[in-house]
Design a protein around this ligand. Structure first.
Ligand code: R5P
Length: 322
């Protein structure tokens, strides 16, 4: 890749390994910055190199601890704007609060829109994100958003894992579009778990619409948070006669009892991308697929003012349909 004169990539503290991997793919050094906490845990941040007129990218997923990571991103953007960077792209591999994207009852906030406003007001000129929970979140920003899909990266790994004549299963009706996109590219059949909500915080799964008996099942979702949905789906797939179950998701938020649930569920493999770091507690059968090369290519193209959607040539329309 070309080393742009004014190109700089920085990282907050949310996921420095991903930023280092991106820079390694691009053949550039990671920008120097000092980030510390004051005794009261306010953030003290200083960029240690000249960024005047530069095309700057800040890598920071807003994963847990969500508010620390989000504020650090805002502070970083503010710093770069005041240091006269020409362009500031917030590289947000995982965009937190994405599930709060509508006012579906009275007297509730739309936090996804609030976060978009904060990032814009801080001074970002562009956002680069992966698998936003809902594609329309792009419209919450009045700055350009480049929206990437982890699907090609994850599908390559699924093929490597050797799933035999798989059927792609969505853990709920809401995930059907994503599952269909996987099914189309893998030329596989599609099935959907029939999840029923019985109270505000309880759901039951009793059935699968589609054929899984004697087949390898690839369960796909955009994120695993508490892992309730996906492990229930894995269990019902096994009960209905699935041979092997593979769990695939872009964002492994893994909060609450998620790791224990994943360890206890009957899946062979838990395949996650590295949009969120999994350094501490992680599932025993975790396989990671890195989005670093994808982000490196996207950053390079943005810097050169080249098309980003062409990274998904062939599958681009399906991706946009999701
Ligand atoms: C829901 O709309 C998402 O796509 C995921 O299915 C959901 O967030 C997973 O949550 P959990 O892991 O807590 O069941």
């Amino acid at each position: 890749m070309r080393r742009g004169k004014g190109l700089r990539v920085f990282s907050g503290r949310a996921h420095p390994q991903l930023a280092r991997d991106i820079c390694a793919h691009m053949g550039i050094p990671l920008g120097e910055v000092t980030i510390e906490d004051f005794p009261d845990r306010e953030i003290n941040l200083k960029v240690e190199c000249d960024v005047r007129g530069a095309d700057v990218f800040v890598v920071q997923p807003t994963c847990p601890p969500v508010h620390d990571n989000l504020f650090e991103l805002l502070s970083f953007i503010d710093c770069l704007r005041r240091a006269s960077a020409e362009n500031i792209t917030a590289v947000i591999p995982y965009f937190g609060y994405a599930r709060k994207d509508r006012k579906d009852e009275g007297r509730v906030p739309i936090n996804a829109k609030l976060v978009a406003n904060l990032i814009t007001v801080a001074g970002a000129t562009r956002v680069l994100a992966i698998d936003l929970h809902a594609a329309q979140i792009q419209g919450f920003f009045d700055i350009p958003v480049d929206h990437l899909f982890a699907r090609p990266v994850l599908m390559e790994k699924v093929r490597e894992l050797g799933a035999d004549n798989p059927v792609i299963v969505s853990p709920d009706v809401g995930g059907t579009k994503l599952a269909r996109a996987y099914a189309k590219e893998l030329k596989a059949e599609l099935a959907i778990v029939d999840k029923r909500r019985i109270s505000g915080d309880r759901t039951v799964v009793e059935n699968i619409v589609g054929q899984v008996e004697g087949r390898d099942v690839v369960l796909v979702d955009d994120m695993i948070s508490t892992a309730g949905s996906i492990t229930d789906a894995a269990r019902i797939a096994k009960e209905k006669g699935a041979k092997k179950v593979y769990i695939v998701a872009t964002h492994g938020v893994l909060c609450g009892n998620a790791v224990q649930r994943l360890d206890d569920c009957p899946a062979e493999v838990i395949l996650l991308s590295d949009t969120i770091p999994h350094d501490d507690a992680k599932p025993v059968r975790l396989v990671e697929a890195s989005v670093a090369p994808l982000l490196a290519r996207a950053i390079d193209r943005i810097h050169r003012s080249e098309s980003v959607s062409s990274l998904f040539e062939g599958g681009a329309r399906d991706a946009a349909d999701r």
